[in-house]
Design a protein around this ligand. Structure first.
Ligand SMILES: [Fe+2]
Length: 223
């Protein structure tokens, strides 16, 4: 297990955890967002390995055990939700996820919802394509993209619940409202750097090159 934790802005604390598991080479990312002295949210809770969740909780303790207003889940894949139970047990937070989620959820979210977290507002964008319940979360000039958009890539669309047509709409229509200045924080470090901006991704990410729906579906079907 290797973990890298850092505060990247006044309101974003990013964690990169790599346990060497083959299911997610390069590890996964989790984020605490908000002001530790007021209220924060935790984005995703990691994989089934207990040590993974413990690393998140160590970081939580390092932040001074802030009030966690919600555990926000970008989508229901195992490497994003399997620490939910432990995270709820220790923080007392409620789990919030899109209403198409198929795991235990306290508060269902839909596109356009906003959550107040201390001084900041978290906005919900429903971005299906990688998963039916996939959401991106906008907060304080940042966007947490889960497995919808990576630095230099996008999430797979060949899994159960995936839909390349939905992904095309999510990437080219739903995310179109996100400004170029938004800092992108993905669910995994699959690119040359841990974060990016929407503007850089629009310029550099080959997945976001203009493609018609049919061109995109054919592109995503390529090995
Ligand atoms: Fe995923």
């Amino acid at each position: 297990m290797q973990g890298t934790n850092m505060q990247v802005t006044a309101h974003v604390y990013a964690m990169h955890i790599d346990d060497g598991a083959t299911a997610h080479p390069g590890g996964s990312n989790n984020y605490f967002v908000g002001e530790p002295s007021e209220e924060m949210v935790l984005i995703d809770t990691g994989d089934r390995q207990r040590t993974w969740t413990e690393a998140i909780l160590d970081f939580y303790h390092g932040l001074g055990r802030p009030k966690i207003g919600a555990v926000l889940i970008t989508h229901g894949h195992h490497d994003h939700v399997n620490g939910n139970g432990r995270a709820v047990e220790l923080t007392g937070a409620k789990v919030a996820a899109h209403r198409k989620a198929e795991f235990t959820v306290d508060r269902f979210l839909k596109h356009g919802d906003t959550l107040r977290v201390g001084e900041i507002t978290v906005g919900v964008l429903h971005t299906p394509g990688h998963a039916r319940d996939a959401i991106c979360l906008q907060a304080d000039g940042h966007i947490f993209t889960g497995d919808t958009l990576f630095v230099g890539e996008c999430g797979r669309t060949d899994l159960p619940g995936s839909d390349p047509r939905a992904m095309h709409r999510s990437l080219f229509e739903v995310l179109a409202e996100v400004p170029d200045s938004a800092v992108v924080w993905p669910g995994h470090d699959y690119g040359p750097r841990p974060s990016s901006t929407m503007g850089d991704e629009r310029r550099e990410n080959y997945v976001l090159a203009p493609r018609s729906l049919e061109e995109f579906v054919a592109f995503m079907a390529e090995p």
